[in-house]
Design a binder for this molecule. Structure first.
Ligand code: SF4
Length: 342
């Protein structure tokens, strides 16, 4: 029997409406690319969570890095970040205004570049998946503004919000390759770690249904070709050596205790928050929040779908994004626009 037939049969047996949330932007992309939502039985709804690292980066972090760029500090970033609108402007606009903003495909480029551009700041963002590489670069002497985050506290925040109804999580494959299975066990609902092919996602949905049918709530790994039970202890050790846990602001979710990664005092000469503390203090004081109709915060919590935002596809498109969720290729609005707008 095919996976689709199995899913249909099991969903029928369960009968009630089910909502499964995918927690990785690449899963959102896979689901859209393969039309998986259209293959689901009527009582299964797939919703996206806060799995896109660019999307969850708080507005204030974007504003600070834009502010540093405008003050003449050379900035290195990963591609998608350049177009995220800030309260004043995006990094792309800052570049057009004469700021030195360099897009990197690999953090090793930034480590090399700092030799020609002393004082260069790398905008470190992303989850456990990229934090290890940033930790390595800090040890190599790169100055970093860290907006890195760890994922499980965001899952806890989602579950604490009674408006967010979720029957199962499709846990993120990339993050899991670092943290392993253990950190998810605190959450009492069905969870399956999934890979990124269409079949991987279908398999995860099928396994979630099995758990619901048997009345169980556990963590299963359907991505064994990459994710080990214990994750990657070497990468975690490197992250722990360079970073300490701190509170962090997430777009849409607000401040979440213990969800951020702050550079340890031992490496403060590589911490932009220390090196440029006076400048950052001034930039923070000057930030003037701009009113915005963007509903990215609600999209990131699965409370609305991208197409429910009145700006979607009209005022807000990938060419003219009004919010972070339309910028990144992993952002829910961007994915929805590219694959499903018709
Ligand atoms: S469509 Fe654009 S404006 Fe609306 S929520 Fe998405 S990113 Fe924000």
């Amino acid at each position: 029997m095919s996976l689709i037939s199995e899913i249909n049969e099991k969903a029928k047996k369960i009968g009630r409406p089910l909502r499964f949330m995918e927690l990785c932007g690449t899963h959102s992309q896979t689901i859209a690319e393969h039309g998986i939502k259209s293959l689901m039985p009527k009582n299964i709804k797939l919703v996206s969570g806060p799995g896109c690292p660019v999307c969850v980066t708080d507005q204030s972090d974007i504003d600070i890095v834009v502010g540093l760029a405008l003050e003449g500090i050379p900035i290195a970033i990963y591609g998608d970040t350049i177009n995220v609108p800030g309260n004043l402007m995006s990094l792309e606009e800052a570049g057009r205004n004469g700021a030195d903003v360099q897009v990197m495909y690999d953090i090793t480029e930034a480590v090399e570049m700092r030799k020609q551009k002393p004082g260069l700041v790398f905008f470190g963002l992303g989850f456990e998946t990229t934090a290890g590489m940033t930790a390595w670069a800090v040890k190599e002497g790169l100055i970093v503004y860290s907006a890195h985050k760890i994922f499980p506290p965001a899952m806890a925040a989602l579950l604490a919000n009674k408006d967010i109804k979720v029957d199962g999580f499709i846990d993120p494959g990339h993050v899991s390759s670092i943290i392993g299975m253990e950190p998810y066990k605190q959450f009492r609902l069905p969870q399956v770690i999934a890979g990124f092919e269409g079949e991987d996602v279908l398999l995860a949905i099928n396994m979630l249904l099995d758990q619901i049918l048997s009345g169980e709530a556990r963590v299963e790994n359907a991505y064994t070709r990459l994710v080990k039970k214990a994750g990657n202890p070497k990468a975690r050790k490197l992250i722990e050596e360079v970073f300490e846990i701190a509170d962090a602001k997430w777009r849409g979710l607000g401040e979440i205790r213990g969800s951020g990664l702050k550079i340890r005092k031992k490496y403060q000469k590589q911490d932009a928050e220390f090196v440029y503390r006076d400048l950052i203090k001034k930039i923070r004081q000057e930030i003037k929040p701009k009113p915005s109709a963007c509903k990215c915060g609600l999209v990131l919590q699965g409370l609305i779908e991208s197409k429910d935002c009145p700006l979607f596809g009209k005022v807000c498109t990938p060419d003219k994004p009004q919010g972070a969720c339309m910028v990144s290729v992993e952002g829910s609005c961007n994915v929805e626009y590219r694959y499903n707008r018709k």
